[in-house]
Design a protein around this ligand. Sequence first.
Ligand SMILES: NC(=O)c1ccc[n+]([C@@H]2O[C@H](COP(=O)([O-])OP(=O)(O)OC[C@H]3O[C@@H](n4cnc5c(N)ncnc54)[C@H](OP(=O)(O)O)[C@@H]3O)[C@@H](O)[C@H]2O)c1
Length: 341
Amino acid sequence: MTETNRVFTLAQRPTGKPDDETFELIEETTPTPGDGEVLLRTLYLSVDPYMRGRMSAAESYAEPWAVGEPLRGGVVAEVVESNSDELAAGDIVTGELQWAEYAVADPAELRQIDPKQAPISTALGVLGMTGITAYFGTREVAEPEEGETFVVTGAGGAVGSVAGQIAKIDGARVVGFAGSDEKVEFIEDELGFDVGINYKETDDYEAALAEAAPDGVDAYFDNVGGPITDAVFTQLNVHARVAVCGQISLYNATEQPVGPRKLPTLITKRARVEGFLVSDFQPRWGEAIEQLAGWLDDGSLQYRETVTEGLENAPDAFLGLFEGANLGKQLVKVGEPERRE
Ligand SMILES: NC(=O)c1ccc[n+]([C@@H]2O[C@H](COP(=O)([O-])OP(=O)(O)OC[C@H]3O[C@@H](n4cnc5c(N)ncnc54)[C@H](OP(=O)(O)O)[C@@H]3O)[C@@H](O)[C@H]2O)c1
């Protein structure tokens, strides 16, 4: 352990797209754990699109970050020093912690993870918040049934890649929108989606979707919003369900675009559009993790991670989410565990 801790803070609130000026890497003294607390060394840090919202002062479901204060997010860490009976040095935990090399925490804020169950990084992806989002958004909101057509945007990303696989497990025909040929190949060949559409290679989303989903759309898992969602709305079937998970295409917008209004479709198709937050399902997260881990074990669920090395590169990893730089879950590797079995 070193005396110095490096921590990212919010240097200033971005207007539009964040850039390097948004972040500041500062050095402070490594904190000392108090009674009942543990000192943690960060191994992996999660960067997520919702963090864009926390950089703005506007009220949202996640509290805005304060300028000059540390950024926070999902972390997998190793306990290096413990003043608690609940955790010992060498234990691996996950929790909502600072973008930093070291942090002090109360074990009540942490969940211990079993490194034998799956690689520890998965606690931030397929067996963590993004996998759980995919699970509940698909099973409880979009509700694809055997033989139905399920469409997912952001299909090569952390949530979308898992959501599409769950819909396949549930017997649906699955169509994914993704932003590169590599992602289309990944979702079709490795994940078993029926059709992938590279939306950057077509300017007629409606025509591309009509070809990929000739029977219309019964369930739509939306991660992206904007013109792709407008196109999907034109092809909803009667009693379709739309799970609004994310709208990443709008997160950096300085003005909300006014597009063609698609609401008349919802009347004629008696469709349901429902936004949801993964936190709504917090009491049932254990159920989701158990099911996702079971599918990983029996091979019916695949996952991919894009790992950026070094805490100092966390801003680039975050900014890359808005450029489609990640395949699967975007993580930052900050350190190696000191203690190995
Ligand atoms: N409701 C909830 O509780 C909840 C929880 C977690 C995540 N979310 C939301 O779910 C969505 C996916 O999150 P994630 O963590 O899985 O991220 P992700 O999909 O792994 O990464 C973001 C992806 O979005 C795509 N993208 C970026 N800008 C775009 C644009 N303008 N138009 C179309 N696609 C664009 C990029 O892929 P391409 O190469 O395909 O462009 C990028 O790789 C986000 O909107 C996030 O906010 C919601």
